[in-house]
Design a protein around this ligand. Structure first.
Ligand SMILES: Nc1ncnc2c1ncn2[C@@H]1O[C@H](COP(=O)(O)OP(=O)(O)OP(=O)(O)O)[C@@H](O)[C@H]1O
Length: 469
């Protein structure tokens, strides 16, 4: 035992060993700095780093705001939301702000800022990078300076990590970032309405504005059974991801809305978008110059969105989708290089079958009867929705929207008039808006309907006379 005790160093001997080691280190450092030239020192350090980096090499992923010029990079947006939760006291300089729809102030890292995240024991370093805007000042032959147009500045995130964990980062960590950001932003989504400039402006990208249309299925005045059928169809479609995957079809649904102007086609699209929480892409076909352009435009739309092509019977590019001219609906043909219907539908089928996410396309027309049967064929547009003149059920919905009433003594008279005239919900909505007082507003509706009925009766009488003459 005594033998073993002798081997344990005393406190005094430990202190003396510590002081001699630290003195030697200081002496070594001084000698190293004084004797070894600076260049040689840097060479030694770089060699040391090289040896070290061979055992642990670092990989870098770059996440740009736009993905290969094709569209917005979802991962970039997700990273921004994700990183806002990772900001800590070490981030001395951060950006702060608040959107109208958010309850709290949000934070974001500044350009050049760094965040260290740990996932399954792997350290992942994030950098926020912003490419400088390039302003080129050029000289003309006459010596005058002029500014070249500025390229828009691009933002990106850079992540660095030990390359040995590349698979985990690529397959698990980035999915974790996407999932976390989705959970964080759930319920905060502000719908967007995207549109494009015409083909003469160099605008490849969609421009968006916030979409805050108040229409919902509750406020749409239409046949109740038809309304229920649309809602059920949308629900079934959303729940059928597995079905579409199994049968190898693009997870998309097409709706053709037809009916006279002012019957609520645009309102129904807005109600669908609000119900599904989908953005809207308003595609003006006259802005498309070729099939290649169409492809690029469609690639730039995001998943879970509604692509709308309004008034397809009026659109010059699709007039060849219409039957030849007839007296009632003069539709001139012979447009130069119109975009064939098949191009649009094939392009949609081809592109959307690989996106794996729900997409909806809506065509609207005031004249379904002039459309090419190819568009009306089953399988092209899944559901044809007739937006009709106002019905008595529809009027009840409108009256509740505008006056907040379920019943009124004038309803019986209004019902009879509505059933015997062709009035659009838009024109009735206009009458209802004339007063907040239900008696006055409904009085205006009765007068309007009586006038309408008289006009219609007169027209019928005139037509009858013309036919007998
Ligand atoms: N079915 C409806 N239910 C509720 N409101 C309606 C309905 N139809 C029309 N309206 C009212 O009339 C306005 C115009 O209707 P909307 O633009 O939706 O009709 P539309 O059929 O798309 O017309 P157009 O063919 O001219 O584009 C709407 O803003 C809304 O206030």
């Amino acid at each position: 035992m005594e033998e073993y005790l002798k081997l344990i160093p005393t406190t005094a001997s430990l202190i003396s060993a510590y002081s001699s080691i630290s003195t030697s280190l200081v002496l070594f450092k001084t000698a190293y700095n004084q004797v070894i030239p600076k260049q040689l020192q840097e060479y030694a350090v770089s060699k040391f780093r090289y040896c070290f980096s061979r055992s642990a090499s670092y990989a870098t992923f770059i996440i740009e705001d736009f993905w290969c010029g094709l569209g917005r990079n979802q991962l970039y947006d997700a990273a921004r939301a994700y990183l806002s939760t990772k900001i800590g006291p070490r981030n001395l300089k951060i950006k702060v702000g608040k959107l109208e729809q958010h309850k709290n102030v949000s934070a974001a890292i500044v350009e050049g800022g760094k965040i260290v995240d740990v996932f399954q024991g792997i350290a992942i370093i994030w950098w926020c990078v912003q490419e400088e805007q390039v302003t080129n000042i050029c000289n003309t032959k006459k010596g005058k300076e002029y500014m070249m147009p500025q390229a828009p500045s691009r933002s990106s995130y850079k992540i660095t990590f030990d390359n040995r964990y590349r698979g985990t980062v690529q397959n698990d960590y980035l999915i974790h970032v996407l999932d976390t950001s989705e959970a964080l932003t759930q319920g905060e989504k502000v719908l967007k309405l995207y549109s494009r400039l015409d083909r003469y402006h160099e605008s490849e990208r969609w421009k968006s504005v916030e979409f805050r249309h108040p229409a919902t299925f509750d406020t749409i005045a239409m046949d109740l059974e038809l309304k229920k059928a649309i809602v059920d169809d949308l629900d079934r479609f959303l729940a059928s991801k597995e079905f579409y995957r199994r049968v190898g079809k693009a997870w998309k649904r097409g709706y053709l809305l037809y009916g006279p102007p002012g019957t609520g086609k645009s309102s129904l699209i807005a109600a669908m978008a609000n119900y599904l929480n989908f953005d809207i892409y308003d595609l003006e076909l006259s802005s498309i110059s070729s099939s290649v352009d169409l492809r690029r435009v469609l690639l730039n739309t995001t998943n879970r969105s509604i692509l709308v092509v309004e008034d397809i019977d009026c659109n010059s590019e699709v007039r060849n989708w219409c039957r030849p001219m007839n007296e009632e609906h003069p539709v001139p043909l012979n447009y130069a290089n119109p975009l064939p219907l098949s191009s649009l539908l094939n392009c949609i089928d081809g592109l959307w079958s690989s996106c794996g996410e729900a997409r909806i396309i809506v065509f609207t027309t005031n004249h379904r009867e002039v459309l090419d049967p190819a568009l009306l064929r089953p399988g092209r547009m899944d559901m044809h929705i007739h937006m009709s003149y106002c019905t008595t059920q529809g009027f009840r919905v409108l009256a509740f929207n505008y006056l907040g009433i379920h019943d009124h003594k004038l309803y019986q008279e209004i019902d009879e008039l509505v059933e015997s005239t062709k009035v659009t919900p838009a024109s009735l909505a206009e009458e209802l808006m004339k007063s907040d007082d239900a008696d006055l507003a409904l009085g205006e509706v009765v007068n309007f309907l009586k006038r309408k009925k008289m006009e219609e009766d007169q027209t019928k009488e005139k037509n009858k006379r013309q036919r007998t003459e």
